[in-house]
Design a protein around this ligand. Structure first.
Ligand SMILES: Cc1ncc(COP(=O)(O)O)c(C=O)c1O
Length: 380
């Protein structure tokens, strides 16, 4: 040990050891394998690779969003509007909220992070379900807070037990509806009853990344609960049904005092000007989203029927993906890769016997089914 001024300096260990232990213990998020990487590793033609690993919209962005992206490129020498005035105005009108109730994020992932950054400190707890979206435990741990995982019921959230897991240290409860990677969904009446049961000084982050894919009658009224629930944050994204995952734009809807806290820890320019312009155009292209949801339901039905015919089990899904029981998830994932089909292994979600497949275009779904058939053949 030496000293630097009056400050003791430890010379042992590596710079990495200087990170707090709760950061060093983080198991990093594992994204879907990029097409380019698989092509490189297996010497495959990129054109022949089907990526069904990250729950993206296989149709891509709407033509209106594409046009907006091209136009916005002319202005990229300037910083974006850090307050996102135009996009927030449009979101406010769309959801019937005030601009002050909106926090824009670099994807909705950013909104989840901002909530933990603003509200969690070491010693606090955050509650989430087993098999829930991986970012909840990650963001919790990055703040030095303690994650409390509540066992799933039939792959979905057990809201009763989640409410019971809340104690005086709990600051945030995460609810994904529909949930990724299981595709499970909770009826609004149950979510509302849960909200009533949560103490008012505990935030509820209701992650509705896949809401646009639900049947119209099932769409969440979550935003309308904000008036009565000062502790609610509803997060939404342009990455899924709107087809803009690569641009990174999402948002949270909440009461203004909560938004104020998230905005204090937000990077001033966290959403690029191109992303804001694209999201604004995409929000107005309602038909595109409706058609994407319709095609997704058709794709889910086709995949389900084919898997039924193969005798393969899966969890009925309300998202744009399907959790498929394949027995040995790791082996099947590798086999599919060799056939140029990228799905998502989910052992890190405590689901080693499953893989998650995103609903693709009809031809992509067929490629997946054919590859799965061959992957499962030797074992049958
Ligand atoms: C349930 C859920 N929430 C949030 C996200 C974050 O998406 P994004 O940051 O692209 O909005 C995802 C992405 O897969 C998700 O599945």
């Amino acid at each position: 040990m030496t000293t630097h001024g009056s400050r003791p300096v430890t010379r042992e260990g590596t710079p990495a050891a200087l990170a707090p232990d709760y950061v060093r213990r983080i198991a990093p998020y594992v994204p879907g394998k990029p097409i380019e990487e698989l092509a490189r590793e297996h010497g495959l033609d990129e054109e022949r690779i089907v990526k069904l690993a990250s729950n993206e919209n296989p149709r891509g962005p709407s033509p209106r969003a594409r046009e907006a992206i091209v136009s916005a490129c002319a202005g990229i020498t300037r910083y974006p509007d850090g307050n996102g005035f135009a996009l927030k105005t449009a979101i406010a009108a769309h959801y019937g909220v005030e601009r002050e109730q909106i926090v824009l994020g670099n994807g909705s992932n950013d909104v989840l992070e901002l909530a933990t950054q603003a509200f969690l400190r070491p010693g606090d707890e955050a509650v989430y379900a087993q098999h829930a979206f991986a970012v909840y435990p990650l963001a919790t741990q990055a703040r030095g807070a303690t994650g409390v995982e509540v066992p799933a019921r039939d792959f979905g959230h057990d809201l009763e037990r989640m409410a019971q897991a809340i104690n005086l240290r709990t600051r945030i409860v995460f609810v994904a509806n529909p949930n990724n990677p299981t595709g499970t969904w909770i009826a609004p009446s149950e979510v509302k009853a849960f909200l009533e049961a949560v103490p008012r000084d505990c935030l509820v982050v209701l992650d509705e990344a896949y809401d646009e894919y639900l049947e119209p009658a099932q769409r969440s009224p979550g935003v309308s609960w904000l008036a009565e629930h000062a502790n609610l944050i509803v997060s939404r994204t342009f990455s899924k049904a709107y087809g803009l995952a690569g641009l990174r734009v999402g948002f949270g809807l909440m009461n203004a005092p909560v938004a104020d806290m998230l905005n204090r820890v937000r990077q001033p320019f966290n959403v690029s000007s191109v992303a804001q312009a694209a999201a604004l155009a995409a929000l107005h292209d309602v038909d595109y989203v409706v058609e994407s949801a319709r095609l997704n339901r058709a794709g889910l039905a086709e995949l389900g029927a084919a898997l039924d015919a193969m005798g393969v089990r899966y969890v009925p899904s309300h998202g744009n993906f399907l959790l498929v029981h394949v027995g040995e998830g790791g082996r099947v994932y590798e086999h599919l890769l060799r056939e140029g089909v990228i799905v998502r292994p989910v052992a890190n979600y405590g689901l080693p016997e499953h893989v998650r497949v995103t609903v693709g275009l009809p031809e992509e779904n067929r490629r997946f089914l054919a590859a799965l058939e061959s992957a499962l053949a030797p074992a049958r």
